[in-house]
Design a protein around this ligand. Structure first.
Ligand code: 6R9
Length: 649
């Protein structure tokens, strides 16, 4: 990525009125690392506790004893913090604005309404036999019922596991089995970009897979009224069960370290990992970052365009904003439907002040030219945010100039499913912006750069991004597999959390995330393990071997480039390429659709048989210079052959 010279100083209006100016940021940051106990004890007051915590931080990153506890003797309930405590002051204020896929459909829910519906839903779950500590899988459209379902679980102490609605039946089945969910909540269909997605059919298919009989009930929201199969004794209509319930439901008392949710994410090896997030620290982290990073002020309309199926939706559509009593906009559709002007039109329609979106969305709009924003003024915007992948300076500038009318600071927020909430980001009243840099750490976050041997690098440097000490929103474990958690995040560099990202720090101490350094690729902000796609491919009878790498893609950030070796008896053909593309889509989901398949009668391997992905990445990226040392290859001529046959894209 080319370095950009432009610096955008803090706007005076922000410095004057923001939650933190530079001086306050520096002072609070210093205290947060010098005396985390005092700092977080004080900050914890922003939540409503049933029992105020006295033990604040008890954490260890030592690889023989990874143990992370925050506020461990505190007791609270997340749904009470997101709903009940707002009723007195702002019960009639809008909590959720829902904007449908179809621009003529929208509605609002006040805190009072959201509270009542959540309670009804919690009572419905109880009637289905869901108890504290049970897990519930959500496979839902972007409708308010998704947020209610999460909060209803939280209310009764059940652990939700939201599975993105674009995942395949197999991917869903895998997650239902791993989390041992008793109940699956879904809808007949979801609607995105004018098209129906058969969620219920997918659930039906998923629940034929081995081990899924743990799911006793499927609760179905009627979203479209589309035709679905009905499994008597298993399927229950949401409206039939929920509408009749009492609209009060006492909240379970939860320990701060009781699990709030599991969320699956892809890693460099093996099956997706169910990251376990707990209640107190997570809620505090997301509430606090939502306020400081987005400089949220009461009454503003805030829009995070992510899907609730990802961590961004959990933390910054649901928990963070609702904990702060904010107005959160939930959008069912896509920015390109019915026209490419939709994003701006939604901003105008609902007077959105804060827009948090992804570099992919920005680049896709940018590709249509400045006129794409002509149908809206976006005068209500005050702040913009970016998340999910590195934002290239060019897209940053376009976001700033065209979407934000050269008026709104951009907070480029770096964080992960594992971190729970934002870790590195400017605070808009405190930190000068440099396009492409996530800038500086949030309170309590101690980033560092290490070389491959784990030596810490000082000053301006580039290396692997690690975090030196725990922060409250950190995932505590991998669901039922603590060993894998330790192995994945704490075994590379002793005593440090390894993020999997590469990063550069400049002379001003600004952090520039350069992308993943492991075998994870980031396609349109969606994380995917190359190993997952490879294992899907080799499950096809024609495929002998497959290697998957990412390559630079103008809009998606990274695209999926696949090298395939067929079994001897199979013919290399275009039809087979199409078939393999469909195979992966069906197996994992549309987000894993291959962009390029290259036939590779042989793959570059070391003498010990390891595929040299470094070389495959270079070929996919069209970079033949500096292929590096190929002398360790078993057969160096393989590389020339792959270059000669590379696919033009
Ligand atoms: C929140 C989220 C995490 C990975 C992360 C990194 C990339 C996220 C970024 C960013 C550069 C940013 N990433 N935000 N890279 N700048 N502002 O996206 O979580 O889906 O777990 O992905 O995304 O590579 O490691 P998740």
């Amino acid at each position: 990525m080319t370095e950009h010279q432009n610096v955008y100083p803090v706007r005076e209006d922000f410095a004057a009125s923001a939650w933190a100016d530079n001086e306050k940021y520096l002072a609070m940051y210093q205290q947060s690392v010098d005396d985390p106990e005092a700092f977080w004890a004080e900050q914890a007051k922003r939540l409503e506790w049933i029992k105020t915590p006295t033990r604040i931080k008890n954490t260890s990153f030592a690889s023989n004893n990874v143990d992370i506890r925050w506020f461990e003797d505190g007791e609270l309930n997340a749904s009470v913090n997101c709903l009940d405590r707002h009723l007195e002051q702002r019960g009639d204020q809008t909590a959720i604005i829902w904007e449908g896929d179809d621009p003529s459909e929208s509605k609002t829910l006040t805190y009072r309404e959201l509270h009542a519906r959540t309670c009804q839903m919690a009572n419905a779950l109880k009637e289905l036999g869901v108890k504290k500590g049970d897990t519930v899988t959500l496979y839902m459209p972007m409708i308010p019922e998704a947020a209610m379902a999460m909060l209803a679980c939280a209310r009764i102490g059940a652990i939700h596991s939201v599975v993105f609605g674009g995942f395949s039946p197999d991917a869903l089945a895998q997650r239902v089995v791993d989390s041992q969910s008793k109940v699956v909540i879904t809808a007949d269909e979801s609607v995105r970009g004018g098209k129906q997605v058969p969620l219920k059919d997918n659930v039906d298919a998923a629940l034929t897979r081995e081990g899924t009989d743990v799911a006793e009930t499927v609760l179905v929201v009627k979203r479209t009224g589309g035709e679905i199969d009905w499994h008597e004794g298993r399927d229950v209509w949401f409206h039939e069960l929920v509408d009749k319930q009492d609209s009060e439901c006492p909240a379970e008392t939860m320990n701060a370290e009781d699990p709030l949710f599991i969320l699956y994410t892809s890693g460099s090896t093996g099956a997706p990992k169910g990251l376990k997030h707990t209640t107190g620290g997570y809620l505090l982290h997301v509430a606090m970052t939502h306020q400081y990073v987005f400089d949220y002020t009461d009454g503003e309309v805030y829009w995070c365009s992510a899907d609730v199926g990802w961590v961004t939706g959990h933390s910054y559509i649901v928990y963070g904003p609702l904990a702060n009593g904010a107005i959160t906009l939930m959008f069912e559709g896509v920015p390109s439907y019915p026209t490419n002007g939709r994003l701006g039109e939604v901003v105008d329609k609902h007077n959105v002040a804060i827009l948090y979106t992804s570099p992919t969305a920005v680049r896709a709009l940018m590709a249509h030219g400045d006129d794409v924003m002509a149908s809206s003024t976006r005068d209500s915007l005050r702040l913009l945010g970016s998340v999910g992948e590195p934002i290239n300076p060019q897209a940053w500038e376009w976001f700033y100039r065209v979407i934000g009318n050269s008026r709104c600071p951009i907070v480029d927020t770096w964080w992960q499913t594992e971190t729970g909430g934002i870790m590195i980001s400017p605070l808009p009243g405190a930190i000068d912006l440099k396009p492409g840099s996530a800038t500086r750490p949030f309170f309590g976050v101690q980033p560092a750069l290490v070389d491959n041997e784990g030596n810490q690098l000082e000053g301006a440097a580039e290396g692997n991004l690690v975090i030196l000490d725990s922060w409250p929103g950190q995932a505590r474990s991998i669901w039922k597999n603590h060993e894998r958690y330790v192995q994945t995040y704490f075994s590379n560099y002793e005593g440090m959390y390894f993020t999997g990202d590469g990063c550069r720090r400049d002379e001003d101490g600004y952090y520039w995330i350069t992308g993943r350094v492991d075998d994870v690729i980031n396609v349109s902000g969606h994380r995917m393990g190359t190993a997952e796609i490879e294992s899907s491919l080799v499950a096809h009878e024609a495929v002998a071997e497959a290697a998957v790498v990412g390559y630079p893609h103008d809009i998606k950030g990274q695209g999926i480039y696949i090298y395939v070796t067929l079994g001897d008896e199979y013919e290399y053909s275009d039809e087979l390429k199409k078939e393999l593309t469909q195979w992966v889509r069906k197996d994992i989901g549309p987000i894993a659709t291959p962009d390029v398949i290259q036939w590779a009668p042989s793959l570059p391997k070391t003498r010990s048989g390891k595929i040299m992905r470094r070389i495959l990445r270079k070929i996919a990226a069209n970079e033949y210079e500096g292929l590096g040392d190929t002398s360790t290859l078993a057969d160096p001529s393989v590389v020339d052959e792959l270059i000669a046959n590379r696919v033009n894209r």
